[in-house]
Design a protein around this ligand. Structure first.
Ligand code: 13P
Ligand code: SF4
Length: 326
């Protein structure tokens, strides 16, 4: 039996008592009201940001929220490609994000010019892009998907088309397994999710033998194959809520545990471990803080601005996804 050389990160029901908002959180809510802003936060954000957001969710849910909001300002507490997506689906709004440098290793793995070169050499390909990519990449794609709808989207692609899936080879491989569709996979990956290993997960399962394992599809195949459920962050909520088990091993970024704890306070959640750590943070998601969120609302910067022609082109595959995903 492996011995854990670090304590697992466990969120137990007794910890689910919510603290009152602090002065900074209250100040942010006041600024939000003055600015007629909406705060959208991804499930991986720090807990104090999740607490004061209008909507906390996955990439898909947040894209719908951005498209539908009546507020004048969208404050996106997530990473850069998510804020760009908000601008594309709702271009008349001012879209700001607390930390402009909050990027994504998947987005970085697929520069738009490289993809366009490959498409020019292979014009027969139907390109589907995971939403974790730049606006420039979206502008040259046929369809966008998220982890929450990737299987459904690929099933809509005509059978006679050869598919190129960018930029996440792990999500692409999982979708290929689910749909039986052969696809060319762009060699990108999420630097954080590939740190989860089968060995580390086996150790957690020894400690929590009755806990179902729920994993994000950005994990490598060896990890996904040990999971009881592979799904988007939003679907993890439904899975853990409806399952009869009272303890779950959650193999994704650690921010997810805050959302699970708030929504399902009577259950216990164990963070998926890596080989070197008891849990796993995305360094980009964690660049947003209450302090830079306040500054961003005060100054309305950093703002997302995009070339109107990119917005127009990127909107086509994104809107197709939003329509097909309903
Ligand atoms: P979800 O859409 O499942 O929340 O995933 C977003 C993401 O960046 C995962 O790393
Ligand atoms: Fe990108 Fe991975 Fe961070 Fe998600 S967790 S934003 S895929 S680097």
């Amino acid at each position: 039996m492996f011995k854990l050389d670090y304590e697992p990160v466990v969120v137990r029901p007794s910890q689910g008592v919510s603290k009152p908002l602090n002065a900074l959180q209250k100040e942010i809510l006041e600024l939000k009201r003055e600015r007629n802003a909406v705060i959208l936060a991804h499930n991986y954000q720090i807990e104090p940001i999740q607490r004061i957001a209008d909507h906390v969710g996955d990439s898909l849910g947040l894209a719908y929220s951005a498209a539908e909001t009546k507020a004048e300002v969208i404050v996106f507490c997530g990473v850069h490609f998510m804020a760009e997506t908000a601008k594309i689906v709702n271009p008349s709004k001012t879209v700001i994000l607390p930390e402009f440098g909050a990027g994504c290793s998947l987005s970085d793995a697929c520069p738009a010019d490289k993809l366009a070169d490959y498409q020019a050499k292979n014009p027969h390909l139907y390109t589907i892009a995971y939403i974790n990519c730049s606006a420039g990449v979206k502008a040259v794609c046929d369809l966008i998907c998220t982890s929450g709808n990737a299987v459904k989207m690929v099933e809509r692609i005509p059978q006679d088309r050869e598919i190129l899936f960018v930029p996440d080879q792990n999500l692409g491989q999982w979708v290929a397994e689910q749909t039986g569709r052969k696809m060319q996979l762009w060699p990108g990956s999420c630097y954080a999710h590939v740190l989860f290993t089968a060995k580390a997960l086996e150790r957690a399962r020894v400690q929590f033998p009755n806990a179902p394992v729920v994993a994000h599809p950005e994990c490598v195949q060896a990890v996904r194959s040990l999971a009881d459920e592979v799904c988007s962050t939003e679907k993890m909520i439904g899975y853990c809520r409806s399952h009869s088990a009272d303890t779950f091993i959650v193999v994704t970024e650690s921010g997810m545990l805050h959302r699970l704890q708030r929504e399902i306070p009577h259950k216990t959640f164990v963070a998926g471990p890596t080989d070197t750590c008891a849990c796993n943070d995305c360094r980009y998601m964690k660049m947003n803080t209450l302090e830079n969120l306040r500054t961003c609302l005060q100054t309305l910067t950093p703002e997302i601005t995009l070339d109107p022609s990119i917005i127009e082109k990127a909107r086509v595959p994104l809107q197709r996804m939003l329509d097909w995903s309903r």
